[in-house]
Write a protein that binds this ligand. Sequence first.
Ligand code: C2E
Ligand code: CA
Ligand code: CA
Ligand code: CA
Length: 279
Amino acid sequence: AKAAGKNRFHFHTEVAAREAARQFELEAQLRLAIAREEFELHYQPKLGVDDRAVTAVEALVRWRHPNRGLVMPGEFIALAEDRGLIVAIGRLVIKMACRQIAAWRRQGIEPPCVAINVSAKQFADDVLLADLTAAMTESSVGGGELVVELTETALMADPERATGVLEALRRLGVRIAIDDFGTGYSSLSYLKRFPADEVKIDRSFVDGLPEDPDDLAITQAVIAMAHSLGMKVVAEGVETEAQRSALAAMGCDQMQGYLLGRPMPVEDLVGRLSKAVHG
Ligand code: C2E
Ligand code: CA
Ligand code: CA
Ligand code: CA
């Protein structure tokens, strides 16, 4: 038994060492990727619940790895946050989103609003506002063309400071969405004090619709509360027609999900946009 215990110990340390080496390698590659700007944005439409018109698009980052192909954010965003690389990646995301808006305009396409995901560490860094302003100026993008998506965690880390940053974003004309709503620990009083324009109901609640009574109750409560505070509600992760119609019946404003459109490269999105613009 002792020998087995020892082996298990060796096994665990080996696994841990291999994982640490893998993370180290990934971090080194990520640093190179930032220098080489190996990132691209895919876009997922946000649509009106009733008319299904594209109201905005959410920019979702992908890493175009030289030999691994397309790497999803779930594989590198957490590490980037941990190793202090998220601000540099976020800066590239902001720049790419603004350049895309300018490109659409040059092509005679009415640009949709672009929602940008900003992670907690990036929100906590004072450079965010400067990065946004620089990219907006470079591409002649107005604040009204951008939405910043923030999680409750990002806002609650330092609520005092968060309120100030949100007000500064608002002065730029940038709209604010609270992402993954319901999964954090923010209270009603905080929601009231943060000047947000939009609340995104987390996919974990939408999953259970329309059958799960708890998910129904939570969704209904979030919609009622958000509306009473003058905020719009976006449901994430809508995959079925039954979910869509339940959300429509509850008065949800907008939705996103595989039922309506997966995140897609910009070439694929253009068809959806011209449809939205030209009827
Ligand atoms: P999120 O902001 O909550 O984005 C929604 C995620 O759900 C996306 O995954 C999207 O592809 C996926 N999704 C959309 N509709 C459906 C659906 O109907 N069913 C299911 N099962 N999934 C759906 P993705 O693109 O892998 O992004 C994952 C997360 O990575 C995002 O979650 C966001 O937190 C983060 N992320 C993505 N892009 C950026 C970025 O540019 N900066 C930062 N800081 N984080 C980002
Ligand atoms: Ca988001
Ligand atoms: Ca989410
Ligand atoms: Ca998320």
